[in-house]
Design a protein around this ligand. Structure first.
Ligand code: PMP
Ligand code: GLN
Length: 413
């Protein structure tokens, strides 16, 4: 294995999906995906596309994004960012937000470049930066206090530490809001601080906004690309998997100024070249459907967050009542919960894993039937201990599975 891939260790996803297949937990709150309905108009759109009389809809399409989809993305984000986004030169569609992140990182980061990464972070950022020859520089969000009723807003960055990471080698900072795994929705003030540092040090911002529509009242999602002087230095990434609750469709996009998107295009064209046509056409039609009812509360962009709010509150309550100390998320669909107080109820010594949260989540799944993800996977090697006392639970699940979670955790507790 070439050095740039590190030790070639399995990612937490490979490991935990295999674990779930072997141990068949009664409820899987691990990897993030909905276990319930997908809006009917979305699945119907795909069925219509693949069986349509137009044979071209099942053939290759334009490499940087199917025209109907990039036109819809341009319509939506032009409105949200407050400027005309060129569908041909300022948007790239790829295989999930994942591939778009890869193209944005590989297309900009070079040997010797530094990339600032906020911990905990979606785990693929680090290997992608290293593959590009770059060096990640980590800074952790930390809870202001470790009391009860903590929310993701209580997890904050040390401003002085953040400032100290910017230097002449800094190429990029990766922002993820709403945040996985904390659910933090960065405030205007926090985003302005990052924007000001990017402008001052001539640094790019890669903004991972896949959970842009999962924001719970009264929080507001702020797109850093819409701040003054930020469009020209920001690439924003989104996901149809998250937007329309179809994670298996693996359709993502990146948008930004043509000067930066040119580099994203190069990596994409030399990797997958073009993403599948029928799914892009179906996502385009789904956007048209939602854009036509954009001002109505029925629009899926808003109704999904409404539907998720009671699920979030229910899972937080279950965790609180059973010895966990969860952080109430302001966005996204994960809850991070501290399990320190449960340590005397579980024997972790017979588990081989290096990190305590890996031992806890596996043992807890075997004993209770509820699977969660170990958050130390979202920290750099030197900061793993910051995640070790937590477990991440996904709440985009059917009410009956959340009720089953309550029953199982109660029985275990
Ligand atoms: N970024 C974050 C923060 C995520 O949680 C995910 C999870 N899927 C992705 C990117 C990748 O999204 P996709 O499934 O569209 O590749
Ligand atoms: N984003 C999802 C999660 O965090 C899925 C991750 C993945 O499939 N790599 O659980």
């Amino acid at each position: 294995l070439p050095n740039r891939y590190g030790t070639g260790e399995k990612s937490v996803w490979v490991e935990y999906i295999q674990f779930a297949a072997e141990h068949k937990p009664a409820v899987n709150l691990g990897q993030g995906f909905p276990d319930f309905h997908v809006p009917k108009h979305i699945t119907q759109a795909l069925a219509d596309v693949v069986t349509s009389d137009n044979p071209l809809l099942n053939q290759y399409t334009r490499g940087f994004g199917h025209m109907r989809l990039v036109n819809n993305l341009s319509a939506l984000y032009s409105k949200l960012i407050g400027r005309e986004i060129d569908a041909l030169n300022e948007i790239v569609v790829g295989c999930g937000a994942y591939e778009c992140l890869y193209c944005a990182i590989l297309g900009h980061v070079d040997k010797g470049d530094e990339v600032i990464v906020i911990e905990p972070f979606f785990d693929c950022y680090e290997p992608m930066i290293r593959q590009a020859g770059g060096t990640p520089k980590f800074i952790a969000l930390q809870p202001k206090n470790d009391g009860h009723n903590i929310s993701s807003a209580d997890w904050v960055l040390d401003e002085a530490k953040l400032k100290s990471l910017f230097n002449e080698k800094t190429k990029m900072i990766i922002l993820n809001t709403p945040h996985n795994p904390l659910g933090k929705v960065f405030t205007q003030k926090e985003i302005e601080l990052i924007a000001d540092l990017c402008k001052k040090h001539n640094v790019l911002c890669l903004s991972d906004e896949v959970y842009e529509w999962m924001v719970y009242e009264p929080n507001k999602h702020i797109r850093i690309a819409s701040l003054p002087g930020m469009w020209e230095r920001t690439i924003t990434v989104g996901s149809a998997g998250k937007t329309f609750s179809v994670t298996g469709w693996k359709t993502g996009w990146a948008y930004g100024p043509a000067t930066l998107m040119k580099n994203v295009q190069v990596v994409h064209q030399n990797c997958v070249y073009t993403f599948n046509t029928p799914v892009q056409e179906a996502v385009a039609r789904s956007f048209e459907f939602e854009l036509a009812r954009y001002d109505s509360p029925d629009c899926y962009f808003y109704s999904l967050a409404q539907e998720l709010t009671p699920k979030r509150d229910y899972l937080v309550k279950i965790l609180k009542e059973n010895g966990f100390n969860p952080t109430l998320p302001e966005g996204g669909y994960f809850i991070i919960a501290d399990w320190k107080k449960l340590e005397n109820k579980i024997n972790l010594n017979d588990q081989p894993e290096k990190y305590k949260d890996f031992r806890f989540t596996k043992k807890f799944a075997k004993e209770s039937g509820v699977l969660a993800i170990p958050p130390s996977a979202f920290y750099s090697e030197e900061h793993k201990q910051l995640g070790e006392n937590y477990a991440r639970f996904c709440f985009i699940k059917k009410d009956e599975n959340l009720a089953l979670t309550e029953k199982l955790i109660k029985e275990w507790y």
